[in-house]
Design a protein around this ligand. Sequence first.
Ligand code: ZN
Length: 86
Amino acid sequence: MSGTVLRRTGCDDGPMSQPEPLVCSAKGCRADAAWALLWNNPKLHTPDRRKVWLACDEHRTSLGDFLTARQFLRDVVPVEDAPEPS
Ligand SMILES: [Zn+2]
């Protein structure tokens, strides 16, 4: 027994954790995400809350249309500009 306790850090959404591969949110799609769709459902979320879906080039339109049809879509930004989900 050395008495040494290894503590894992960054295991609870810490900013120092490894960057995760950003994958498209579309069902069954494993492509790298290129876009972040920022949306808000006013029935569920406060007005400044932003949910984030990631999308590849191919699914940016279909996911965007889905959100637009529900009037949830707020913004579409390059994935590197996406805010951290909170
Ligand atoms: Zn996709």
